[in-house]
Design a protein. Structure first.
Length: 226
């Protein structure tokens, strides 16, 4: 999808050395995200992922001399409190390895988001990142081949790759230059709520009181930050 669009618009789509950080962060995010969600529910995974993204972006901004405001820091702490509820021992606690992988995915996505703030040509930049990461991801596929594939699974994989990932990431890189780092991190914290709705309506999940409380804390953190 990205190669076709890039060629149609005359963009340079072959990866270059400057794209290596973006390719690496995208690859780590995709692999960690994929294996983490084998053992995590949709809501639990997103409530681990996006507070980690926000924390990563806040730390990057601080190291670069532009720390978040007091209100943004308060929002971050509230959102992280929601994450603590998800990870606390009890009926909601996920498998440790899966939680660790999702945390790694959040760090990688935070890095990918930060790198995208300087993207002058979001379509070309995203295409090069995906084209660079694809061959490496195939090596992972060969190392961990699926036990079985269904037509429905293949269709969902194509839709996830060509539409919601390829085109969605182009849109994300297009708007990032217009957002400050704190806002970029905070807006992504709305995703757990969207994911929760999808988990309930499409996957038959029943969020617990703890998960609903965590989601409310995440939303409160978003409100304070932006």
């Amino acid at each position: 999808m990205l190669a076709l669009l890039g060629l149609r618009h005359g963009n340079a789509i072959l990866p270059r050395s400057a794209d290596i950080p973006g390719i690496a962060s995208l690859l780590v995010y995709a692999i960690a995200f994929t294996f983490a969600y084998v053992s995590l529910g949709a809501v639990t995974g997103s409530l681990i992922l996006f507070p980690t993204v926000q924390l990563t972006l806040a730390l990057i901004a601080t190291f670069r001399g532009a720390p978040p405001s007091g209100r943004a820091r308060a929002g971050l702490l509230i959102a992280l409190a929601g994450m603590v509820i998800v990870l606390a021992p009890g009926i909601t606690a996920p498998a440790p390895l899966a939680a660790l992988l999702m945390t790694l995915a959040g760090i990688a996505w935070g890095a990918y988001t930060f790198l995208g703030r300087g993207a002058a040509k979001p379509l070309a930049r995203t295409a090069r990142n995906f084209i660079g990461a694809a061959p490496l991801s195939l090596l992972v596929l060969l190392a961990f081949p699926p036990s079985a594939s269904s037509l429905n699974g293949v269709i969902l994989a194509i839709a996830s790759g060509a539409i919601t990932s390829a085109l969605g990431y182009v849109v994300w890189y297009a708007v990032l230059p217009r957002l400050n780092v704190a806002t970029a991190g905070a807006t992504q914290l709305l995703v757990p709520v969207i994911t929760a709705a999808g988990g309930v309506f499409w996957l038959g999940e029943t969020p617990s009181v703890e998960l609903l409380t965590a989601a409310m804390l995440v939303l409160g953190g978003v409100w304070l930050t932006i």
